[in-house]
Design a protein around this ligand. Sequence first.
Ligand SMILES: [Fe+2]
Length: 263
Amino acid sequence: MGSLTIHSPTSSRRQFLKTTAAGATLATAAITGLYRPASAQKKAIPLLFPTLPYPENALEPYLSAKTLHIHHDRHHRKYMEETIARVKGTDYENATLEKIIKETYGGITMIETLHLMAVLAWNHDFYWKSMKPKGGGELPPKLKTMILEAFGSVDAFKKEFKEAAMTFGSGWAWLVLDKGKAAVTYTKYHESPLLLNQTPLLTTDTWEHAYYLDYQDRKGDYADAFLNNLANWSFAEKNLSAAAPAAPSTTAPAPVKKSEKKK
Ligand SMILES: [Fe+2]
């Protein structure tokens, strides 16, 4: 079984960071690096609210146009606009979401709000790309090989991914590359595998707003539809190929994180 990582609430992380030297260093760096005088500020804001990679009705009957409209145009838009508003006039004004996510991790309250908005904006963009019309089906060769090596069979992988997607509460089920191996990870709320030195390959949003209009309490049916009819395996294959030269285990150490438990 691949790793299934559950993270504790953000408030615990904040408390943890407050009580450790590492946390103090991180918070201090974040404070000193964040604001600059107006004269030094850059003019352009490169962060933009991304359009959907397909029409709102393209994933029907598995996800309705109404679900995609509310999810993308209200939820995702809010996370992106909140992120853009918070980086305006700061060193992060021209930064990527990935940089913001990694550097604001575990900061003081104001930075933490930016962090969670940036994670949610990034996760949603990745989620839209993780699906496509007429998705599912056969896995591309490289991805299939990784899946078979890690899980033994595609069905075993799907079973574990579905289990992660059905975790109670709001979160994200991920197929990731972890230390050179395919794994299933679950992150709660606004947490990101980017902070665990894992390379995301594919994700599904398991917050209620992602599926409730179409599936109500049938979260398992939503997970099945994602895996069998929506998953963009080509996107996962592309992410896998891009990550292949540099295994996650060889990258910089992960930022300080709070306690976690294996499931
Ligand atoms: Fe969402």
